[in-house]
Design a protein around this ligand. Structure first.
Ligand SMILES: CCCCCCCC/C=C\CCCC(=O)SCCNC(=O)CCNC(=O)[C@H](O)C(C)(C)COP(=O)(O)OP(=O)(O)OC[C@H]1O[C@@H](n2cnc3c(N)ncnc32)[C@H](O)[C@@H]1OP(=O)(O)O
Ligand SMILES: Cc1cc2nc3c(=O)[nH]c(=O)nc-3n(C[C@H](O)[C@H](O)[C@H](O)COP(=O)(O)OP(=O)(O)OC[C@H]3O[C@@H](n4cnc5c(N)ncnc54)[C@H](O)[C@@H]3O)c2cc1C
Length: 652
């Protein structure tokens, strides 16, 4: 991965802005120039069924091209990551990809939970797409509380098989992507029973459909769950089992096993079953950055084109980009794109390092990785969803048009707040870890993202107008919130509440403490990244990066003013200094705003937006898109003679 400086100049010198990006040698043109990957008719004018069929057609072609590149030695996993991610992936399949789960969860689970022999059996078939899988964990009745899943897998030692069964309607698997009509295999998470004892949830490979006819196999009740807020081509499905038998070795047995006689061999850690969920949460932080970049480009370019109202009576209508309120909607989101990008890169590296440790049986850092993946996924996806909605609103009526691609982008990003662990639940997971660290302070000194907790609470943080102060204040606030929540927990227990009730009654504070902890990590990673670049890039770039870092930090601080006043030495007058600092930064960033979003380097075909095109011809594109409406094919629609005319006549 080589970081290079890309200079993006826009029309005139004062808009020169440069942005440091990591260039992947990914052949975008190979995909975007393929006419077969373009929709003949805008998706919004297709039926639900047609949208799905079009998505399957494109998804198969997309992956065929990726496999072709791989066979030619032109990249591997990176190419999959590009076509599955929020940039190229959502440009070609804006309503979701029905085969995503095959690559994002089915194959990773086989790799993470299968024995070497099972990997040898299944992974080549999966990579060759001889089989198409999904990841079926969530049920109609349970998504968060996976220890409460109802699907059962009972071992029959006589035949050395597991019998999968859905005892209730709420036990039906519900949500898995591609499950409705696309996948013919699934990793199914079920309660394992052997020798009359339940050993909790475990992963099983289950064939769902005939590999030739694609007909559902006997005992398999399967279909799609219907229309959703977005992602309507993802083919999320339901799956019920009526005593379906699978061979013993279809249980993924890397971590725990069932021997032929039914003996259960326990895993070194029950948490290893959860591994795949960490992987996707880590990857989602990058996707949050990508979706927010896409919306930031669209809204910023549109704000440079759109002229509206007057700032001074004798002046022509200004670019709406010159309204400070508009800058306040746009620029903190641009800064967040950098923040989440850097946090995603750091988290990806951390994940890979710790996953290597897990392979050698070292589990020490798994809890911190889990807690960190949870909080960064929750904070980045929540902020990205809020940011995309703010950017849509910043574009007025035209932002509400499907042709802007902002509604579709919102549909994709807001789903991330729910899947792979609903955000509140994940923040509570992080809080659980923080409280445990707080109560057992000796551990805190070792963990990279936690070591500030050892000293932050009692550290003096007199106000100063600097990013370093903001980081120190966020750390002190996080420590203060964790300490206070812990004290309230203990007080509730002392008054006779069970620990579980005390936890529930303290959960608002716990979620808030976890969130501040997450923001601390993001600001600190942004700071470390900029410090690392400053000595290696031009003075201009260093200045721009510093401005963005300061904007992200001061905006994070202003979001925490209440807590800052409670947990740090900051005073009301200091908050005024922060507000003025923010306004100064908006003004400093204004000349580079368009250049900055240009440097996110997303082509028009990726943006798929009449508002965000590089040439700025917004109105012509909006009008041309309107002509594609089937209603405009004829001047008078048949409903006039059928309904309107009789209605009008009847009123005369
Ligand atoms: C290339 C780009 C591609 C991007 C495109 C992606 C598109 C993908 C589209 C859709 C994919 C979506 C797929 C899904 O949604 S799959 C289903 C996801 N479901 C969940 O995430 C469920 C969430 N719930 C849970 O994880 C758990 O129920 C829980 C909330 C964590 C509670 O667990 P539990 O009931 O066991 O209770 P505890 O809190 O007591 O936890 C017990 C201990 O286990 C530790 N733990 C929990 N989870 C993990 C984990 N994942 N890893 C490691 N450790 C874990 C926890 O910390 C406790 O430890 P302790 O020591 O404190 O006892
Ligand atoms: C687009 C999309 C794609 C998906 N793809 C898949 C897939 O491929 N495979 C798969 O298995 N699943 C998939 N899911 C399901 C997803 O993982 C679940 O929706 C998610 O885990 C949340 O579970 P739930 O929907 O049952 O909500 P619930 O768990 O019922 O949560 C509902 C509400 O209750 C709250 N709540 C729940 N538990 C607690 C708690 N302990 N403390 C405080 N509040 C709590 C939550 O915060 C939330 O506000 C997908 C979901 C979506 C939206």
């Amino acid at each position: 991965m080589s970081a290079k400086v890309v200079v993006s100049k826009r029309r005139n010198v004062n808009r020169q802005a440069i942005f440091l990006i990591t260039l992947w040698p990914f052949p975008e043109d190979f995909f975007l120039s393929d006419p077969e990957l373009k929709s003949k008719v805008p998706l919004e004018y297709l039926s639900h069924k047609e949208k799905y069929e079009e998505a399957v057609r494109k998804a198969c072609l997309l992956f065929r091209k990726v496999i072709q590149l791989q066979n030619e030695g032109k990249g591997g996993m990176d190419n999959f990551r590009e076509v599955l991610g929020g940039q190229l992936g959502s440009a070609i399949l804006p309503d979701g990809n029905p085969i995503t789960l095959h690559y994002v969860m089915f194959i990773p689970t086989l790799m993470g939970q299968g024995t070497i022999e099972q990997q040898a059996e299944w992974i080549q078939k999966a990579w060759n797409c001889d089989i198409i899988g999904t990841y079926a964990q969530t049920e109609l009745g349970h998504g968060t509380f996976i220890r409460g899943l109802e699907t059962v897998a009972k071992y029959d030692p006589k035949t050395e098989e597991f019998v999968l069964h859905s005892p209730t309607l709420t036990a039906y698997k519900w949500w898995p992507g591609g499950l409705g009509h696309s996948a013919n295999y699934a990793v199914v998470v079920a309660q394992l029973y052997t020798q009359g004892k339940c050993h909790g949830i475990h992963p099983f490979v289950v064939q769902l459909r005939d590999e030739e006819t694609h007909e559902p196999l006997p005992g398999i009740k399967i279909g799609e769950i219907g229309c959703k807020l977005g992602m309507n081509s993802t083919n999320n499905g339901y799956l019920g089992f009526d005593n379906v038998r699978i061979p013993r070795n279809y249980m993924l047995m890397k971590n725990s096993q069932v021997l032929p006689d039914g003996t259960y061999v326990k895993s070194p850690s029950s948490k290893l079953t959860y591994g795949t969920m960490i992987f996707v949460r880590v990857v989602l932080v990058q996707d949050a950055a990508t979706y927010l970049k896409k919306a930031s480009i669209i809204a910023t370019r549109y704000s440079a084109i759109r002229h509206q109202s007057q700032i001074k009576p004798d002046q022509p209508e200004p670019q709406i980009l010159d309204y400070v309120t508009q800058q306040y909607k746009l620029f903190p989101n641009i800064a967040s794109c950098f923040a989440f990008q850097y946090a995603a890169t750091w988290l990806w590296d951390t994940y890979n390092n710790i996953t290597e440790e897990l392979e050698t049986g070292q589990l020490d850092n798994l809890p911190e990785l889990h807690a960190t993946a949870c909080v960064l996924k929750a904070v980045s996806t929540a902020d990205a969803a809020q940011g995309v909605e703010m950017l849509r609103l910043a574009c007025g009526g035209h932002g509400y048009m499907t042709a802007s691609n902002l509604p579709s982008t919102y549909g994709l990003v807001t789903a991330m707040c729910t899947y792979e662990g609903e955000n509140t639940v994940l923040l509570l997971q992080t809080a659980r870890f923080l409280v445990k660290m707080w109560q057992n302070k000796t551990n805190v000194y070792k963990l990279p993202t936690m070591k500030y907790l050892a000293t932050a609470l009692n550290r003096a943080t007199p106000f100063e107008k600097s990013v370093e102060w903001v980081i120190a204040a966020l750390q002190k606030t996080a420590a203060g919130k964790i300490d206070l929540a812990n004290r309230h927990l203990n007080e509730r227990v002392a008054k006779g509440q069970s620990y579980e009730d005390a936890w529930n009654n303290t959960s608002i504070e716990l979620v808030s403490a976890a969130e501040v902890h997450g923001r601390t990590i993001i600001v600190e990673q942004f700071y470390n990244t900029v410090q690392g670049y400053k000595s290696r890039v031009s003075k201009e770039l260093g200045t721009v990066l510093e401005q963005l870092l300061q904007l992200y930090a001061v905006n994070a601080a202003l979001r925490c003013t209440g807590d800052f006043l409670r947990f740090t030495e900051v005073l009301g007058k200091d908050i005024t200094v922060l507000q003025t600092w923010l306004e100064e930064l908006l003004s400093q960033i204004r000349p580079n705003a368009v250049g900055l979003v240009d440097s996110f380097d997303m082509r028009d075909e990726i943006l798929s937006s009449a508002l965000g095109c590089y040439d700025g011809n917004v109105y012509e594109r909006l009008f041309n898109e309107a002509q594609k409406s089937p209603l405009n094919a004829e001047p008078v629609n048949k409903s006039y003679n059928l309904y309107l005319k009789p209605f009008i006549k009847a009123q005369l």
